[in-house]
Design a protein around this ligand. Structure first.
Ligand code: MRU
Length: 355
């Protein structure tokens, strides 16, 4: 918990709990402006998730956990001993904010399990403690993921990453960028190539910002430039995060990830997925069952105030795709590494958890 009022967010301090409020770096404004939004109720947290003030699967889960704490405070203020019934509408609102990142539902379920154990007294302190624990555990997990992932890399080599799976997409340090940070510290990274990641530009706006902040060499490239870079043979790994991993090891991640995995296999380049076990959904058997978010086509048809496509042009905007487990060389989690994932290996990693 912060003791002074948060002022300017940094990559590693992009979500903070301070004096009963959640401070989130407004990721829509980066990299031009680094500003916090101060959120004081669950509805505002749900709106912030939907509007992509905060994005990235683990960060969405962390934000939702704090949202549940705020919901508990308001439910107790409104209904006293009847707070458990009063909190339900806010839990539903948080759960409806985005569909693909399972960390959102994982965090709400974990908060729900605590709610079930609490009595009729004010739940706020216990809910805040649980949200802080979720946040701290995710950050700690990412450091373990970073070390385990870096150990797989023989360097120095160049790396391609897609979207932003960095400190601001998580509880801190990052998943894919956590691996890159740890590998860079070990002298194993020559240069990181960040795909710009149309249409929301997480790579250009957020990954480049994070890596430049840390002094890690990064080159931005158009999404379509990955194939020609791979043909040049300097890239040893593609490293990405994930929004949901099915029980058989199929991986949902930002749109374009599947194409990168195919390209990597063709060019003999390894493909790593870095994610905490809170991203693994054993209730989803195969990737094709993962709900894929479709966002407003306007995200493609315009760029800021400028219209890109002719008026009336039809566009589709699925914002995630599924990479089959066959194309994944390693899933790296805080509980260990799964090489060439299969249903059996994922189940063994999870040890029956979450079943
Ligand atoms: O739509 P977003 O920005 O929330 O999507 C996030 C991603 O898909 C990231 O690539 C990431 O790997 C998963 S979260 C660390």
């Amino acid at each position: 918990m912060k003791t002074t009022t948060p002022t300017v967010p940094t990559p590693d301090d992009a979500a903070l709990w301070h004096e009963g409020a959640l401070y989130l770096a407004d990721q829509r404004l980066l990299p031009d402006r680094a500003e916090f939004l101060r959120l004081t109720d669950a509805g505002a947290v749900a709106d912030a998730i939907r509007a992509m003030v905060v994005r990235g699967a683990p960060a969405i889960g962390v934000a939702a956990a704090y949202g549940v704490a705020l919901a508990g405070r308001d439910a107790y203020a409104a209904a006293g001993a009847g707070w458990k019934a009063a909190i339900e509408s806010d839990l539903d609102r948080l759960a409806a904010s985005r569909p693909t990142a399972v960390n959102l539902f994982w965090a709400i379920d974990r908060m729900r399990r605590l709610i079930a154990r609490l009595d009729e007294r004010d739940p706020f302190p216990a809910l805040v403690d649980e949200a802080l624990a979720i946040h701290a555990e995710d950050r700690a997990a990412n450091h373990v993921i970073g070390d385990l992932g870096a150990a797989l890399i023989e360097g120095p080599t160049d790396i391609i990453t897609h979207c932003n799976a960095g400190a601001i997409a998580t509880g801190g340090y990052g998943t894919a960028l956590g691996v890159i940070r740890s590998a860079y510290a070990a002298g194993k990274v020559g240069r990181v190539f960040a795909d710009e990641t149309r249409p929301w530009m997480q790579g250009a706006r957020l990954t480049a910002w994070e890596l430049m902040h840390d002094g890690i060499p990064v080159t931005l490239q158009a999404d379509g430039a990955a194939a020609s870079l791979m043909a040049g043979r300097s890239v040893g790994w593609v490293i990405v995060g994930s929004d949901r991993i099915a029980a058989n090891g199929d991986v949902a991640n930002k749109i374009g990830t599947y194409g990168l995995a195919i390209l990597a296999r063709y060019h003999g380049i390894k493909f790593m997925v870095a994610a905490p076990t809170s991203t693994i959904d054993l209730e989803i058997a195969r990737g094709e069952d993962i709900p894929i978010e479709e966002r407003d086509p306007e995200e493609l048809l315009s760029c800021g105030d400028r219209r890109l496509a002719p008026a009336g042009c039809v566009a589709r905007n699925p914002v995630f795709d599924v990479t089959p487990a066959d194309l994944v060389d390693a899933i790296v989690t805080e509980r260990g590494v799964v090489l060439h994932p299969t249903k059996e290996k994922v189940r063994a990693l999870m040890g029956g958890w979450g079943l």
